[in-house]
Design a protein around this ligand. Structure first.
Ligand SMILES: Cc1cc2nc3c(=O)[nH]c(=O)nc-3n(C[C@H](O)[C@H](O)[C@H](O)COP(=O)(O)OP(=O)(O)OC[C@H]3O[C@@H](n4cnc5c(N)ncnc54)[C@H](O)[C@@H]3O)c2cc1C
Length: 398
């Protein structure tokens, strides 16, 4: 197992680092460290301008082919980019649903017209996206989606409700999982449809989160319309496209994030010194354990990369989501122990901001839910990585 990056990769790292240093200046300097957990719906216009700057230089979507505005980066380089991005404290990616989820999905499953129409808007951040998967009765059991799309001439007419839709309030487009054949077995009657958000038939209602922010919304489609050609991967063939998007969501984009966690770890260590908690032997042990686990996370990423000769992630990558989400939650819990009683205080008045560590703690509770809950990740590892028997089906309609 080779846990080193090559000379070429290290040269790429230098290029990324220099570009970030040269560009996170002036109007963008204020974005350092912003837009992270619990802060995702702040500084929207400024972060959008930053996305545009990244796109102009080819850094918005490094792993995409050059012809689509990326840098045709290898898996190693993509991870290096993510590491350097986190190291530089550049802001949380406002356009990540387009750059990490829809873009790769279109490159893989979309037709030429769809790539030509939608990829440039993702690269230059002129069109932001949201993900219309979950519904009140379709989360882990995603194949249960009930939102319906019916063809009316040259357009789809969409009716139904989505929930927990991140960035619905800033997005111009949503990729919506719709039922397009109500008689087919449930995995086989679903289509993956691109729907404009700015129309009368689409209404969103922000949901207030524990952090006080409203990063996600309920989205209601009432006779919403979109052109017939906006189906990705074929009518009633949306399930495999939807699974493809989820694989991108849990994939390489998360491999470099231990550096972002390291920055949070620095804040935790600083707080431990300030409050005197660093003198407590039990806290010291917990801090040391977190540091060790962060290192394991990095080594695990490197191990995953060293096994991927094909530039695709192997099955060991399936443990990543489970590992990082639990570690992040533990970091939040230790941070609250360090803040002590102060961690409990959050007056309901305007202008009182949460401590960064309170945000970390509250938001990290969501990490083990989105992009597939812990239980679902364990099922994936069991069934797809270890080849164990499939989970018994409860539903009678499959
Ligand atoms: C911060 C955040 C952002 C999100 N953003 C989006 C978004 O942009 N777009 C979108 O579509 N969705 C989004 N989601 C929704 C997310 O995908 C769902 O919350 C997730 O899929 C779980 O679905 P659920 O909430 O309906 O819970 P359920 O599926 O009802 O699960 C409830 C509990 O039962 C367990 N469970 C369910 N099925 C099984 C099983 N087969 N075996 C064992 N245990 C099981 C789960 O692990 C969980 O603990 C977001 C969620 C969060 C927290």
């Amino acid at each position: 197992m080779d846990l080193q990056f090559s000379k070429e990769d290290e040269a790429f790292r230098e290029e990324v680092r220099t570009w970030l240093e040269d560009n996170l200046l002036g109007e963008f300097a204020q974005l350092k460290g912003r837009g992270g957990p619990g802060d995702e719906d702040e500084l929207i216009a400024e972060r959008r301008a930053w996305e545009k700057r990244l796109g102009e230089a080819g850094w918005a979507c490094v792993a995409w082919p050059k012809e689509h505005g990326g840098k045709s980066a290898t898996l190693n380089q993509e991870v290096i980019f993510n590491e350097e991005y986190a190291r530089s404290k550049a802001p949380g990616r406002l356009g990540h649903i387009g750059t990490e989820l829809l873009g790769p999905t279109l490159i893989h499953f979309g037709n030429e017209e769809q790539k030509k129409r939608f990829l440039p808007g993702i690269v230059d951040a002129s069109e932001l996206w949201c993900q219309g998967y979950s519904e009140p009765n379709a989360g882990s059991d995603l194949a249960n989606v009930q939102t319906q799309a019916v063809l009316d001439g040259d357009e789809w007419v969409i009716n139904g409700q989505k929930i927990w839709t991140s960035h619905a309030h800033v997005a111009q487009w949503c990729f919506v999982l719709c039922r397009t054949d109500t008689d087919a077995p449930k995995h086989k009657g679903i289509s993956y449809i691109l729907v404009p958000m700015n129309q009368e038939g689409v209404e969103y209602r922000p949901i207030r989160q524990m952090t006080g922010n409203s990063e996600f919304s309920e989205v209601f489609f009432t006779d919403a319309r979109t052109p017939k050609e906006n189906v990705v991967g074929g009518i009633n063939a949306g399930w495999k496209v939807a699974m493809g998007t989820l694989a991108f969501e849990r994939g390489a984009s998360t491999l470099g994030q231990q550096l972002a966690f390291n920055s949070e770890m620095d804040i935790i260590l600083e707080a431990a010194k300030e409050t005197g908690a660093s003198k407590d032997p039990l806290i010291r042990q917990k801090l040391a354990a977190l540091k060790v686990e962060l290192n394991i996370m990095r080594l695990n990423s490197l191990r995953t990369l060293s096994h991927s000769e094909t530039n695709e992630l192997g099955r060991e990558a399936m443990i990543n989501k489970l590992y990082w989400s639990n570690l992040h939650r533990k970091m939040g819990e230790v941070a609250m122990e360090i803040l002590g009683q102060e961690s409990l205080v959050r007056p309901e008045t305007e202008g009182y901001d949460l401590h960064k560590l309170q945000r970390l703690f509250l938001f990290s509770r969501a990490d083990t839910i989105y992009a597939g809950s812990n239980q679902i990740q364990r099922n994936i590892i069991g069934e797809r990585a270890l080849g164990l028997p499939r989970e018994p089906k409860v539903s009678t309609k499959t």
